[in-house]
Write a protein that binds this ligand. Structure first.
Ligand SMILES: NC(=O)c1ccc[n+]([C@@H]2O[C@H](COP(=O)([O-])OP(=O)(O)OC[C@H]3O[C@@H](n4cnc5c(N)ncnc54)[C@H](OP(=O)(O)O)[C@@H]3O)[C@@H](O)[C@H]2O)c1
Ligand SMILES: [Zn+2]
Length: 345
């Protein structure tokens, strides 16, 4: 098959579109999926650079998100059959620990996300545990089905499970150009929240308004805490979605109303910010950290997507062999929404 492989870690020029071995089933609970689309995530860049501290055998195929058609199934697979159109639930655990036994693979110490310690989706075919295959939401294209799993399951857990977002609440979402942030905007609006977003780009703020954002703040031009206080008549917001970290962290806490909740899943701008602990206890703030989500949450998300008609925002579609250019676009922060790779079969 054709795939985009890395033979060593480094910059995007290490991505090689080349012929490699087809995946073969070696467990009765696995399936092979002929991929029709894959989507990019920030973690692909970190895995390409080799900075996650995770041992990966090379050559390796990146990509956590994908959708396609099942073409081979192990003897004990019951949830899917050949010919089914599926999207992929990204995490997989050891199957034995206390977390895996209670549908919390995302907390397994042996957590393996597709494209990290399992060969990923920048390929024509992928082998995955059958339990990672789910039917694609109603009327989704393969590109849309590939674009939503990782960011939407993460955001579902952040906003629905952890923050318990309610209609009418005020939400602040940082760095709206990102995949997680744009998914958070869509979900929060679908849940009837009032949404304020930040971005380094006025053009992205305009696009966010087009997708339902109520207010946009350019964080390179003004102090978003002050702006939030003005917009909320000094009260602050109920929920902040901060996967940026760094200097934004203290500001995110300062933008919260009393009893506010901060949800985090990333630290793009730095993982060691200063925190004013007094602000946390004095204002009764809650901080929820999370990574991905459970299969049950993924199923809830699929039902929600089908019922609401919500679709991931697609920034741009590249051919599979254009993976390096696609990753450069993500690294340069030019995107609004998800960057997708189309796999021609
Ligand atoms: N734990 C999990 O389960 C999980 C899942 C998914 C992602 N993540 C993490 O979450 C983070 C975001 O992921 P993603 O895929 O959405 O990444 P992404 O698409 O690469 O998001 C990058 C965006 O972050 C914004 N940004 C960067 N620096 C900023 C700053 N100093 N202040 C405000 N915004 C800033 C920019 O928004 P503008 O262009 O609008 O300025 C940029 O476009 C990453 O750190 C990723 O590793 C974690
Ligand atoms: Zn486990």
């Amino acid at each position: 098959m054709k795939a985009v492989c890395i033979h060593e870690h480094g910059r995007s020029d290490k991505l090689r579109y080349e012929e490699t071995d087809d995946p073969k089933l070696n467990s009765s609970r696995e399936v092979v999926v002929q991929l029709r689309a894959a989507a990019l995530n920030r973690i692909d860049i970190l895995n390409r650079e080799g900075v996650t501290g995770m041992e990966v055998s090379l050559p390796h195929i990146l990509g956590a998100d994908g959708a396609g058609v099942v073409v081979d199934v192990g003897d004990r697979v019951t949830n899917v059959k050949k010919g089914d159109a599926v999207c992929l639930y990204p995490p997989s655990g050891c199957g034995r620990c206390e977390f895996c036994q209670t549908d919390r693979d995302y907390m397994c110490v042996h957590l393996r996300v597709i494209g990290e310690r399992i060969k990923g989706t920048y390929a024509e075919y992928i082998k995955v545990p059958a339990e990672n295959c789910f039917p694609i939401p109603t009327d989704y294209s393969f590109e849309e089905a590939a674009a939503f799993p990782l960011v939407f399951i993460t955001v579902w857990r952040m906003l629905v499970t952890n923050a318990e977002l309610k209609p009418g609440e005020h939400v602040l979402i940082l760095g709206i150009g990102g995949g997680v942030a744009s998914a958070a905007l869509q979900l929060a609006k679908e849940m009837k929240a009032h949404v304020i977003v930040t971005s380094s780009s006025d053009a992205k703020l305009e696009m966010a308004k087009h997708h339902g954002a109520d207010h946009g703040i350019n964080y390179t031009k003004s102090d978003f805490v002050k702006e939030v206080r003005v917009l909320t008549k000094k009260r602050g917001v109920d929920v902040v979605v901060d996967c940026v970290g760094g200097e934004s962290w203290a500001k995110s806490l300062a933008a919260l109303a009393k009893g506010g909740r901060l949800v985090t899943c990333g630290a793009t701008a730095g993982a060691f910010p200063q925190t004013n602990i007094r602000r946390i206890f004095w204002n009764h703030l809650s901080i929820f950290g999370s990574t991905l989500g459970s299969r049950q949450e993924f199923q809830q998300l699929l039902s929600f997507c089908s019922a609401s008609g919500i679709r991931p925002i697609i920034d741009q579609v590249f051919p599979l062999k254009g993976a390096a250019a696609a990753q450069q676009r993500l690294e340069e922060g030019k995107q609004f929404g998800k960057i997708v790779l189309q796999v021609a079969n």
